[in-house]
Design a protein. Sequence first.
Length: 324
Amino acid sequence: MRCDGEGAPVIRIRMSSDDVARVRIASTPDFGLELMSGGALAADGDRAAVPRLTRWRDDVARRQATDSLSAVTGLYTVRSLPGLLSRPDGPLITDVVDYLEHIAPQNGLTRFNRALADGDDAAHERLQAAVTDFRTTAIEPYRRRISAAVARTAARAGARAAATGIGSALSAVHPKIHWAGSTLTLDTVSDHDCELAGRTLVLRPLTLATGVLLIDDADPDLVTIGYPTPYALNSPDLVLRGPSIALTALLGSSRAATLTTIAWSPAITTGDLADSLGLSPATASRHATVLRGAGLIDTMRDGQAVRHQVTRLGRDLIADADRA
């Protein structure tokens, strides 16, 4: 899943003007790559290295069984990320064997990993279950927040590209990505020249990434650069109940979802409201302003935060719509 090599830790991508014109910024998450990156983060022993993700890692470690977590994190090395984990249906045995043969010279193999390499059915079943458990624990509870963080990061990069050109945007997305006229360089743990050969370069924000990834073998038409978003995952998604059909018809889908979210999450901040709904803070604030003007919510300031709660009228409206 990475361009690997020996020597100075820089990957170089030489780009023609046509290559630059084809660059795309992904605004929706790739949850498979988030899973892969999350495994690397969980495997890293330095718990203070990425403050924005400390709480996420602590929550995952607390909620997942130790032996299940170790089955996943034991596949990671400094130079390799097991892309086989990013498959939506779990790893394929042939991919596991090939990957383990690749990493064996770097850090040897544990007893469990050797059983995987030998094709032991029980070991492969354990890995399949561990990956599923990790996805359920580390990704699924954060899907809305991941989506919001990716969208906000992509929007910022897109605005920069629109204002100053894609070349300037390439240099601005992350400190480890550099653009110099016709060559894009990535500060990574490997050294490599990567050819696009007519493929589209996709810039993909990743919430759980801690560094820059180059993925050039997953799609014959794409080369993907994954880079970290600046946003924290401080808590799982709020438990939400979707708005009723009647409420949606009355208020519109976005404002009905906003009212329902506030009703089920008392004293929610505008930022958390935006994250939960996958909206920008400005959009969430506008919806809250309309609902407040209609007497359906109250808003109060709490230090630097603005919090919202549903009024009696708002609760009655939700209840009446549910009965309709």
